[in-house]
Design a protein around this ligand. Sequence first.
Ligand code: WA2
Length: 262
Amino acid sequence: MCDERARMLQDQFNVSMNHLQALAILISTFHHAKNPSAIDQITFARYAERTAFERPLTSGVAYAVKVLHSEREQFEKQQGWKIKRMDSTEQSPAREEDADLENRDEYAPVIFAQDTYKHVISFDMLTGKEDRENILRARESGKGVLTAPFRLLKSRRLGVILTYAVYKSELTSNATPAERIQAAIGYLGGIFDVEALVDKLLHQLACKHSMMVNVYDKTNPYEPIIMYGSNMTNVGLYHISTLNFGDPIRKHEMHCRFKQKS
Ligand code: WA2
C-alpha cells in the first residue's frame, strides 16, 4: 500500500513536471521569439490559472528573466519597477540593498507569476539560497531540477521548486554546460506546495485514517528533511518506498506505518 501511494505521488509529480516543461517552451515561443512579446503578466496569470489542472501538485508557477548588469537600468525603466533582493523586506535598509545589488553581474527578477505568487514579481531569484542553486543547476544541465524543501517567501509554507531554464533558440541539443549558461535567457519555476497538495492526494485513498505517511528528502542520508507528515520518532514497524522525482541529485523516500489503535 505504501508503494501504491508512492507511485501515485510520483505519477502526479511527473505529470506536473511535463507540463512545466511545456510552459517553458510556450514562454520561449510567445515571449522571447516574438517582438513585441505576446505575453504580459495578465495573460500569463490567466493562462497559468486555466491550465493549473495540468500541474496537480503545484500551487503556482513563476518566470524570472536573466538581466545582465549592463542591461539593468534599461530593464527597470521598461518594467517600471526596481529589482529587489529576496531578503530585503520592509525591515532591511534600502541603502544596503542597493549597494549589494550594484555588485552583481547578473540578476534573475521574476516578471510573470500565477496570481497566488505575484508577490515575488521584481524579486531577484539569484539572491535566495535555494532559488539561486536551482537556477544555476537548471541552466547548466538543461534538465528540470529540484530544491530541497524550504520555507517559501511570505506564506512561510514548506515547498520545493522545480526549475527549467529557457534558452535562446540557437542552442543545440548537444551543447556544453558553458554554452548552456551563456544561452540561458530565463528560468521557469513550478512551486510544489507539498504540505497541502500531498495531503489532498493521500486523502483520496482508502485507509487514510489507519496509515501515517511521511515523505523525506534524503539527499543527505544523515540529515533527512521532512517534506510531508508530522515529525515523529522512527519507532515501530514502517515500510519504505523510494520516490523518483527526476532530479538525479535528490533522493526521496516515503515512509508508511499503521497507526496504533488507542
Ligand atoms: N516562488 C515563490 N515563492 C518563493 C520562491 C519562488 N521562486 N522562492 C521563495 N519563495 C522563478 O526557479 C525560478 C520561484 C523561482 C522561479
